[in-house]
Each structure stands twice: as C-alpha cells, then as structure tokens.
Design a protein around this ligand. Structure first.
Ligand code: ATP
Ligand code: MG
Length: 482
C-alpha cells in the first residue's frame, strides 16, 4: 500500500499543510476523529490539482470553526443543520469541515433523515465510490486509507460508479454530477451506473432537479479546469435545459471559454493561479443578454449581491482597459505598478476579450518581461550589497530605481548594472593600481578585489537561477502541451 501520508504531505502546498495540521490539532483537543474526505482524497490519488481540503469529523465542527476564526481563518458559509462549514484558511486555502452523517431515506426520492454517524457510514451515503474514500488524520492511524466501497479500484478502471440503485432517484442532481465527474476525469460511467442513469432519464427524473441544486452545479462548473467538456456532455444528454432553457437554446460560449482557458494556461506558466469563476461564468453564458443572464442566475439561487458583482465585472474590466491605454500607465514602471494591483481575474478577462492593443501589450509585457525582472530583483540587491552599500531605505530606493531602468530594457548585464549601481549609490570604483608598480615580466594576473569576487559569485548564482527558471518554464510548457 502506498504511504498516503507521504503522498499527502508531498502534494499539499505549505499553506494547505499548515491548515491540515491546525485542523488535526483542534480535532485532537476536542476529542473528535478527523479525516480527509471527498474530492481531496480523490484528487490526491489521481494526481489532480488539490483545490480544496474537505475534512470530515465525528463530531460537531462548529467549535472548530470558532477556534479557526480566532486564528484568522474566514468562515465563508455555515450550515448549522448539516453541520457543515466552508472556510478560507490562512494563505487563501479553501476547505470545508463537515460532521460525519448518514442519510436515511424513508422512501427513495423523499427528503432524507439525517443521523450523525461514524466515518464509515458517512462514506457509504456518498454519491460515487471515487468520492467515498477517506484518509485518517488521527494519531493512531494517520495515513490509513478507508475505502469501504472499493473506490480505489474504480479509479484504476477509470469508472464513475454510483453507490446504490436509488442513487439518482434519491438525488437527481447526481445525474449532472456523474457526467461532470466523468467528463472532467476522462472516465466513463460503470455499466450498472449507466443503466441506472438511463432509467432515471427515461423516468424524467432530471426534470425534478431543483434550480438551487442545478445552481450549485453551475458554480462548480465555473470553477472547473475544462468546463467545455462538461457542457458538451450535458448538452448531448439534453441536460443543459435544466440549467436554463435559454442556455440550451443559445448554446454556451465555447469560443469564449476556450480563449479564457488559453489565457489561464499562459498565466499558470507565468506563475499565477488565478480564480476565474466570474470570467468563466461570463464566458459560459456569453450569448445571453444582460437581462437573461441576471434572470438565469437569480433562478439558479445566486444571491443578488453576487449577480450584481458578475454583471459589473465587464464594466470594471473596461475601466481597467481605459487606464492601461491612458497616460497614467505610459511608462513601463507606472504600468507595472498599476497592473500588479489589479486582481488577476481582470487581467485574464482582458487578455481573453480585449482588442485594445495598448492595454494588451502592457499586460503581456507584465507577465512575460517585467515580472521575471521583478523576480530577479533580489540579485540586484545582492550586487549592490557586494559593492559595499548597507541595507536601508536608500538601498531599497536604489534597487527600485534599477528596476525601473531595467523595465526600459537597460541594465541587463552585470557590468552595466554595476556601473549604474555605482552611479546611483555614489560608491566609486576602487583606484586602479598604476601600471609601473606591477612586476613586468610575469604573465598578467588580475587580482580580484573582494567586491569583484563577490560580484562574480553573485553573477554565477544569478546565471544559475536564470538557468533554473528557464528549465522550470520549459518544463511547465512541456506539461501544458501534454
Ligand atoms: P470538487 O473538486 O468539484 O470540489 P468534490 O467531490 O469535492 O469535487 P463537493 O461538491 O465539494 O465535490 O463535495 C464534496 C464531497 O461530498 C464529494 O466528494 C462527495 O463525497 C460528497 N457529495 C457531494 N455532493 C453529493 C451528493 N449530491 N450526494 C452524495 N454525496 C455528495
Ligand atoms: Mg470539494
């Protein structure tokens, strides 16, 4: 059996690891058993991006939420009836903590009765086997995999398998979920699941999906990496109607989605991982008129503040575009300072949708030229230090001045930079030894000063770092191509 704890620790970001340790710690203090569950474990096993951390505790997570809030985490939503909390941990880590529960259906398709339960019962009431795996985070069994419905084997076979014959009857929204998961992962429905699926469609259970449930699916869709694959599946299965008849009639904005995905891949390569739910939603519903969009979102259970923010998004992007084409961002350094403060989702939206060449060229320069220069700025600081300048406000100012000069395409070589650094700092070159003092006959050997030695070492390090960055970029490009 692979060591899941090792896998987990090597796959989590440092911020995610810190969040997990905090949850583990709190659960131990309260005496609750705690597990990683759901999408987190699935994505961990399949090697997919770990977007969020889903925890399940055998107990009520509300106390944990209060403690986490004290430590700076933000509670995004809390469902007291379901004992479920959505959180944003420090470092922008998304996650949820839910109480382990069983769902008892008196008759298939009725509202289930909820009973607080053990982790095993909780796993068995889930939708698909690949979502019903847990990893223990408890001291005595840390890293142990709990897989009561054999989800691991379904993952190996590339299949989405529903856990009961009543699965779709009990929750028709699982029809959308099944297709979404299968399309996302490149899996197929397991044969019996496919039969149950077809039977449900024959009985028109899809028409009983509540708009709120469909809305949750749309929210998830807008966070997907490749929503176009899912939309195509929904469209083929005549399920798009359920999201909204107008969307089915006018079709999703596939071109806009593809443009945004291309931009997102470009942003990944430049080292950004923006959340693109709003621009993606706008791309998906791009063919709807403003009024149609707000009506659709409202029907799907989006809150009015959310709808307003979505509707205003393009306007705000146009304001940014105007600034980028205007005088205030004329010089590269002014443009850089402006762009670094714009939320990345607007950058992505403009790169995908704008046709303003002035704005576009600045955004592209920011990502591919200016940011790499900014990232190499610590090297300039070391070079300045090597010349003998003590760190402090004046030192920082000089580094910033060099940055502005570099954005204009100058100070690329060490020699040029040292010259500029000397000029800005007023540190003179050490006096050269007079020719005649040198011993005549012997081969000329240049004796490096301490500052030169340090500068040479710094340049060597910088070259190495640039080489590493180049390799990383090439690897990312290679991966993205794959
Ligand atoms: P994503 O990567 O989209 O977040 P996820 O599997 O984590 O995928 P969530 O909607 O966050 O999806 O749900 C978390 C877990 O809750 C799922 O993995 C699944 O085990 C369970 N779950 C969600 N919706 C249902 C449902 N309708 N019926 C049964 N179990 C569900
Ligand atoms: Mg999740």
């Amino acid at each position: 059996m692979p060591d899941y704890m090792f896998l987990l620790e090597s796959r989590l970001s440092p911020e995610q690891r810190a969040a997990m340790l905090r949850v583990q710690e709190l659960a131990a203090v309260l005496g609750f058993n705690v597990y990683l569950t759901g999408g987190t474990v699935r994505d961990l096993i399949t090697g997919a991006n770990l977007r969020d951390l889903d925890f399940t505790v055998e107990g009520n997570p509300s106390k944990m939420a209060r403690e986490l809030e004290k430590g700076g985490a933000k509670v995004l939503s809390e469902d007291e009836k379901l004992r479920q909390v959505e959180l944003l941990f420090a470092g922008d880590v998304e996650g949820s903590i839910s109480a382990a529960r069983d769902e008892h259906y008196v008759r298939p398709g009725t509202r289930p009765e909820i009973r607080w339960s053990t982790i095993m019962e909780d796993l068995r009431r889930r939708d698909f086997s690949l979502n019903a795996i847990a990893i223990s985070l408890n001291p005595a069994s840390r890293g142990l995999l709990l897989d009561p419905t054999n989800g691991l084997s379904d993952i190996e076979h590339g299949e989405v398998r529903a856990l009961s014959i009543h699965s779709f009857t009990n929750q028709p929204v699982r029809l959308l979920r099944a297709l979404r998961l299968a399309a996302r992962m490149g899996f197929k429905l397991e044969s019996r699941t496919q039969e149950w699926f077809n039977l449900a469609i024959e009985r028109e259970l899809q028409l009983t999906i509540t708009p709120e449930d469909a809305g949750e699916e749309v929210r998830s869709l807008s966070r997907e990496e490749r929503p176009q694959l899912i939309l195509k599946e929904w469209e083929e299965g005549d399920l798009l109607e359920l999201v909204h008849p107008i969307l089915a009639k006018k079709h999703p904005g596939y071109d806009a989605i593809n443009r945004l995905i291309k931009v997102r891949d470009d942003l990944y390569m430049a080292g950004f991982r923006p959340r693109l739910a709003t621009p993606m939603l706008l791309a998906i519903f791009g063919r709807l008129k403003d009024r149609e969009l707000s009506n659709t979102l409202s029907k799907l259970g989006y809150r009015s503040a959310e709808i307003e923010a979505i509707e205003k998004f393009p306007e705000k992007a146009m304001e940014i575009q105007k600034e980028l084409a205007g005088k205030k961002t004329k010089t590269p350094i002014d443009a850089y300072r402006y762009i670094e403060k714009i939320p990345m989702e607007y950058v992505a939206y403009l790169l995908a949708e704008s046709s303003n060449s002035a704005a576009l060229s600045k955004l592209k320069a920011f990502l591919h030229k200016w940011r790499p220069v900014r990232q190499a700025l610590p090297i300039v600081a070391t070079e300045l230090e090597a010349l003998g300048m003590p760190r402090g406000p004046k030192f920082d100012q000089i580094v910033q001045d060099v940055f502005a000069i570099q954005l204009n395409g100058r100070a690329k070589t060490l020699e040029e930079r040292v010259k500029i650094l000397r000029k800005l700092s007023g540190i003179k070159e050490p006096p050269k030894k007079k020719e005649k003092e040198k011993k005549p006959a012997k081969a000329e050997k240049h004796v490096e000063t301490a500052a030169e030695k340090k500068a040479a070492a710094v340049e060597k390090h910088a070259t190495h770092e640039r080489h590493k960055a180049g390799m990383k970029a090439a690897a990312a490009k290679h991966k993205a191509k794959k």
